[in-house]
Design a protein around this ligand. Structure first.
Ligand code: AMP
Length: 406
């Protein structure tokens, strides 16, 4: 399905189980025309916040009241967009880009969704039971509203599909692993792809010639090793639970902890799942998952907050070292997402003591806040350290637009 280049808007939808985040972008200049969020879908207290960004004003409009389901949510979004002359019936809309968390091994590229693809996405639900069903619902609802328009699925796992088997295969019985599709997939792929490319741009180098360690540190967190624009390893695995210490997820642990929790702790599989995904990481260590709050408490002498910070940084350093070894030579370490973009102390602690790896920060540069990609390394450092704000919506829109305009 190819669309005319005169149609240059893309609506990006990120559909969660009870929320829909959206952005309408104009691909002529990559600008935002509107952004918004529908929350608590299915409850009495649903909320739609819509911010038009055209015409100079950025006054948000808020609707509060019941929004029964995702269909009603998207219809409400369409009605808000129409008020600004940006309705979904516009011929200027080229595509709707959908964030889909898990593409399995099948979907390694952005894909126009038809009935067959939808059926295949349904089959991937066991790999991402919390995310994919909502992503699929979002696509179905958008298709019902504009059946003539390309619905493009952009997968969180896709950028990591280039990992060599040595990186993606777990050292467990091969038959069992293959029968159950157990392997490393990796997530946050649109962010890692975008940030690796923007980092090369910042260095004035071609992505094909640039080796980058990307540290996506948000509430979820993951690291990736990118060689010449191609992902060769990443810290999240079969699910987003593996790797770095996160807001509420444990990241790496001895798998036998799970047997111990079951046999000695008497916990069920669902209880262990909830413990490791929702009650571990920073929140498990100190009761807070917001890095700002943890730093405030640490600075006031709170020992559990200080420990949570130390565990978080220790793990981060291990991955920087490991991925330096995987890549052999690195041009840059790039920090992104909520913590990575904003937390001067996290960046300072993560890079401290890594001079032998060619890494050193400039304290003043690291302290500067900003929305633009920037270098924070010391002039004498062999390897650049960068802060690169991520833009997953722009990346999804760019990939979707490129696909439909051929
Ligand atoms: P994200 O998932 O990318 O939206 O990131 C969310 C996380 O970013 C939250 O856990 C916040 O603690 C963190 N964050 C946002 N602003 C700051 C800041 N100024 N300093 C430290 N952490 C921050």
């Amino acid at each position: 399905m190819t669309v005319s280049r005169a149609a240059n808007r893309v609506l990006v939808l990120n559909s969660g189980s009870s929320s829909v985040k959206y952005q309408l972008l104009d691909m002529a200049d990559a600008s935002r025309l509107a952004v918004g969020l529908v929350e608590r879908i299915g409850e009495e207290t649903s909320r739609l916040k819509h911010t038009p960004l055209t015409g100079g004003g950025a006054e948000a409009r808020v609707f509060e009241g019941p929004i029964a389901d995702h269909k009603a949510a998207l219809e409400a979004v369409a009605a808000e967009l129409a008020k600004d002359g940006l309705g979904l019936d516009s011929p200027e809309l080229a595509a709707i880009g959908h964030r889909v968390v898990h593409g399995g091994t099948k979907f390694t590229q952005p894909t126009v969704v038809d009935a067959e693809v939808l059926a295949e996405l349904e089959q991937l639900v066991p790999l991402a039971p919390l995310h994919n069903p909502a992503n699929v619902t979002g696509i179905e609802v958008a298709r019902a509203i504009r059946p003539d328009l390309p619905q493009v699925a952009v997968f969180d796992t896709a950028f990591h599909a280039t990992m060599p088997e040595a990186a993606y295969r777990y050292a467990i019985d091969r038959e069992t692993a293959d029968a159950l599709s157990i392997r490393r997939y990796g997530f946050h792929g649109t962010s890692h792809a975008y940030v690796a490319r923007e980092t090369a741009k910042l260095l004035g180098k071609a992505p094909e010639e640039t080796n980058v360690i990307v540290l996506h540190l948000g509430n979820g967190a993951s690291a990736s090793a990118v060689r010449g624009g191609v992902c060769v390893d990443t810290s999240m695995g079969l699910t987003p639970l593996e790797g770095l210490v996160m807001g509420t997820r444990s990241g790496d642990l001895d798998p036998a902890v799970i047997f111990h929790l079951a046999r000695v702790g008497g916990k069920s599989v669902d209880e262990i799942d909830a413990l490791l995904n929702k009650k571990s990481g920073l929140i498990g260590l100190c009761g807070d998952n917001d890095m700002r709050e943890i730093l405030r408490r640490r600075d006031e002498g709170d020992a559990s907050a200080a420990l949570a910070f130390d565990v978080y940084i220790h793990r981060l350093k291990k991955y920087i070292g490991a991925y330096t070894a995987v890549l052999g030579r690195i041009d840059a370490v790039a920090f992104t997402a909520g913590v990575g973009e904003n937390s001067t102390p996290v960046r300072e602690a993560a890079i401290a003591g890594l001079e032998e790896l060619g890494l050193a920060l400039d304290g003043e540069r690291n302290a500067v806040r900003g929305d633009e990609p920037r270098l924070i390394s010391a002039d004498y450092a062999r390897v650049a350290v960068a802060v690169v704000p991520t833009d997953e919506e722009l990346e999804i829109a760019t990939q979707a637009y490129a696909l439909v305009t051929g």
